[in-house]
Structures are given as C-alpha cells and as structure tokens.
Design a protein around this ligand. Sequence first.
Ligand code: AHR
Length: 499
Amino acid sequence: DDETPVVSVNPTHKISKIEDNTYGGFTEHMGRCIYGGLYDPGNPLSDENGFRKDVIEAFQELKCPVVRYPGGNFIATYHWQDGVGPREKRPKRKELAWHGIETNQFGTDEFLKWCEVVGTEPYLCLNFGTGTLDEAMGWVEYCNSDSDSDYANMRRANGRDKPYNVKYWALGNECWGPWQVEQMTQEDYAKKANQWAKAIKLLDPSVQLILCGKEGPTAWDYHVTKECINYSMHILGNNDASCLIDMHSIHIYTASSDHLKNVTAPRQAERAIEITSGLIDLARIENNVPPSIPRQKICFDEWNVWDPVRAPGWLGAEEQYTLSDALAVANWLNVLIRQSKNIGMATIAQSVNVIAPLMTTKTGLMKQATWWPLLLFSKYMRGSTVACHVQSGEYDGPTQPAWIRGAIETPWLEVSAAVDDEGVVSLVVVNIHDTKDFGTKVEGITPGAKVDVYTVTGASLQSTNTEEKTEVGVQESSWTAEATYTFPKASMTMLRWKP
Ligand code: AHR
C-alpha cells in the first residue's frame, strides 16, 4: 500500500476497436422516462413535436449512438399498433410491468422521429409476452418495408413515406424473470427465439437480432447461446452462410451504500463479460460456425448503479446519485473499455429520469453526478482500447457480491485507455480510495507533453446534484507531463494528450 503506484499506457499497442454503440441509451415507458422526460407537449421547453429540447441537446452532447425502446419489462404486454395512427384514436391500456395506464400518445412514429432529430439509431425490443410472431413481423415491416404491403402502407397513411430502417431488434426482454407474464424455461425460450429469428430474418435480412440472455454466467446463457448461435446455410434464400443471432444481451445492476463495495461492484461485469464471451465461443465451436461469420458480441443493454430500495417510489426509480455512484459508473465504463473486444453494444439503463444521469425539472435539465463520467467517456473514449497496466495496492475488504474477492482484482486505481482516430490518447484513472491521494508514476506520456486534464470529484462521497445545487461536476485544467501525477482521493481523472 505504501509503494508508489505505477500506471503504464502503451498508445501504440491497440487491443481492439471500441464500438461507438458502447455509449447507447435506454428509454422505457416507465415512470417519467417517456412522459415528462422525452415527451412533454405544451411545455415551453419542448419543440413542436412535444419533444423536450434540453433532453435532445443532452443526447447530442453525449453523441449517443443508439437508444433502446420501449422496454424493459414494459414490452411484455405492449402492442405497437396501439401507439400508431391518429392520437385521439389510440387506446389507453393498463400495463402490467409498472402498473400505470399507458396512453399511447408516444409510440413508434414518435420515437423513431425523436431518434432522427437526435441523430441516433433506434433499437426496438419485441414483445415475447402477450405478443405474437405475426405482430412482431408486422412491426418490422411497418418500420422497414419499402414495398407495397399492408404494413408499409399503414406507415405511409400515418404520414411517413420512407422506411425508418430500424437495424437492431431484441428477441424479448428478461424472459427468464418471474416478474414477466411470459416467464419461460430456457428450452421454451430457445425454441421460440429460433423460430422468431428465422421469420424476421427471412422478412428483412438487413436487421440484427439480439438474443435475450441473463447476467452472463448462468445456465440460461449457456443454453440459449448453444441452441440459438447456430448457423444456417440457404436459410435466407441465398448461398451465404449466416447466423440468425448477431448479439447476446446481458443485464447487471450494481449498488451498495458502502462506498468501497459500491465502486468495486462493477468488476463483476468484467467477469460476466469474459465468461459470456467464452459461452459464445463454445456455442460457435459446438455448432461448427465458420470463422467467416463475425463472432457474436455482447449487447450489455441494461447496466448501471441502481438500488431499488433507496430509490424513492421504486416504480419511478428516480435515483439520486452521489459522488460514490459517479465513481462506480466510471468503473463500469472502465470495464466496458477494457472489454471492448467483447462488447458490440451497451445501453445504460436508463437515460432520463428513471435510474438516469439526466433529470427533467419544471425549469430545465438536472445533470446528476453520474452524468459527468458518462459524458467524458462518451465524448473521448472512442477509437481503440490500448494497452494499459496498473500496479498499485489493492482494496482487500468485503465486496458485493462477495465472490469478487478472490476472483478478480480490486486495485485502488482503476484504469482504462483509448486512442481515437486523430491519434489523441485518453487515459482514465479512478482513485477509489476515500481518504488517500496517490502520487503515481505515469509511464507512456512523453515528458513535457501538454496534457488536458478532466477531474470529476466532490467534497464528500455523498456529494450530489439537485435542482438547487451542483456538488459534482468536471474541473478542466492542463498539465505539462512529468514523471508523476497525483490522483486525488475519490476522483475520476481523464488525461488526454497527443503523442
Ligand atoms: O430498467 C428497469 C428494469 O430493469 C427493466 O424494465 C427491466 O428489464 C429490468 O429488470
């Protein structure tokens, strides 16, 4: 613990590409995420479509590449046709996930238009609960077909001529969960997912399909990858070999009121990603999938810090994030960057009001403590992951879950590094220690280089942002590189330079 830590970065040693879709968002019909979040007609802060302009600007500032919709658990009883066509004719329905009345005033056309205004790709989830395959195929056609077919014509009649070309579609959400009306066995899910995937790819071979996994290292993930990541020749009416499944989805939320458990908990995601990638590789070997078919990556389409017990009114899940949570989110992002070779997409759950870094208020948009690491990563950690190594003391106390201890490292300094397309290197160092600054040898930065420094910290681990006060933000400074940099206690630091 008393030794000087060393962080070594090798900017010329690229490990793998960072998919832009690592920085995706998620907006569910839950709490105030859609109504009062994305959509607030009549509010002076909204545009002529009823879309909150401040929310749109924040997504643009994030350069958010992809947004998942409309659930989450909400999808299990959602019928997309309720949410298209003249607004006054749309039915109000009781929905069973969050026990609200869904007015359907915001539906497919509104969401897809919102995505176009933001400049982001939509990612839609199919209803594996009360929905049918016919209905799902109708939705794909409504969104993507350019032909003279009934659903494409329905879209045209609703005012949209051109297809939206929605590329990403999920085969259900958490279908294993006891809270789902469709709770399925792994065998039933795999059978249904294969059937739906085949029909949807026959209908529109341009789409990418995302299989519903669990947390990664589970019997469910093992079974569904083995059964569904198979390979089909001729299935799509040509001679190309292809896979029906393009990505495998997993979900994990972490949280603890104990700071060191809170900030080390995202390490479990690293283990989950490694194991799940192994399951995918195994499925490909067992099914003789030729290497010419790109290796399926993980779609981490729900990740975040979430403590359902502390969030006020858990159905609305309006978490109030602290500096400790911001550092946990920074460590989540460190994991996603270190694991970039296995990550095809990741969408933070969620993006607005519900378990979110952005909160709409009557007068504007409040940026929570967790917004700042997300913004810095999303703006700057693009391109490729580069080799980065840390040598520091380790936190050796209890972890959540307990199995982290012994299975993975928990150094005081959590790191990742990237080089973007312009050759600018970004190094992130999160000092999780709550009382100790670390003077650290930084190897790999040319002495004398001009380094931009971004620091996220606050006066205490409980520092938080509200409508009235901002206690956690980013401080920008510059540093002329020397051998040692001091990473302050309880902080995230990003160093950026061009070698
Ligand atoms: O993001 C909130 C909920 O958490 C989602 O609806 C569900 O998929 C998960 O359990």
